[in-house]
Design a protein around this ligand. Structure first.
Ligand code: PRP
Ligand code: URA
Length: 207
């Protein structure tokens, strides 16, 4: 599969295994997700363009580099919030948009219920974040919304992706790379990822 990047660092994989464990309570789950999101951010941002910036060290004048474009994080509510602080620790100057999308539990169709994005999103690097990519309905709808708002440089960052969801997002948005920590086996008949980690939102928020 093209345009899918699995961040398979051993430290991330160790934390993902602990997070999958059904005995992890919401406090442990939140901590692990936060740490993984922070660690994944280094890989995800590896190809961000930079520009030169003069800097005076205590010794002399030189030229360093800084990120060329601002970054916008866009968590898909609710579960994307569980990765937001981890990403922000690496990119503290990022602005934050929000997209509320939830699945209809019967039809698995996405229902969009909230949108708030920075007005200049078109000139920024956009990281769309949601731990779960299952059927791909929510992710595809969110990317569609970002594109209509003018975003062009979009990366979709998730934790666990199902092959069905990757195929759906690629079919709708072949230009958007997907970053994840694992590609799991399949979806079950209710649209849950196997082996997966259960309902991410419920595990993060203890609902
Ligand atoms: C989960 C998850 C994704 C979506 C993935 O959210 O956080 O947004 O399901 O499924 P899909 O790829 O089949 O669309 P959910 O709809 O459970 O909402 P929640 O975060 O509010 O619990
Ligand atoms: N959403 C989740 O939170 N978990 C899944 O396995 C699928 C969709």
């Amino acid at each position: 599969m093209q345009n899918i990047f699995v961040v398979d660092h051993p430290v991330i994989q160790t934390k993902l295994t602990e997070l999958r464990d059904f005995t992890a309570d919401h406090r442990k789950f939140r901590n692990l997700l936060d740490e993984i999101a922070m660690l994944m951010t280094y890989e995800i941002t590896r190809d961000f363009p930079t520009k030169p910036r003069p800097v005076r060290t205590p010794m002399e004048q030189t030229v360093g580099v800084v990120l060329a474009r601002p970054v916008t994080l866009v968590p898909i509510l609710r579960a994307g919030l569980g990765m937001t602080d981890g990403v922000l620790r690496v990119l503290p100057e990022a602005r934050l948009g929000h997209l509320g999308v939830r699945r209809n539990e019967e039809t698995l169709e996405p229902i969009a219920y909230y949108q708030k994005l920075p007005p200049d999103i078109a000139s920024t690097e956009v990281l769309l974040i949601d731990p779960m990519l299952a059927t791909g309905g929510s992710g595809s709808a969110a990317v569609e919304f970002l594109k209509r708002a003018g975003a062009t440089n979009i990366k979709f960052v998730c934790l666990v992706a199902a092959p069905e969801g990757i195929a759906a997002v690629h079919a709708a948005h072949p230009d958007v790379p997907i970053f994840c920590a694992a590609v799991d086996r399949q979806l079950n008949e209710k649209g849950y990822i196997l082996p997966g980690l259960g309902d991410a939102g419920d595990r993060i928020f203890g609902t």
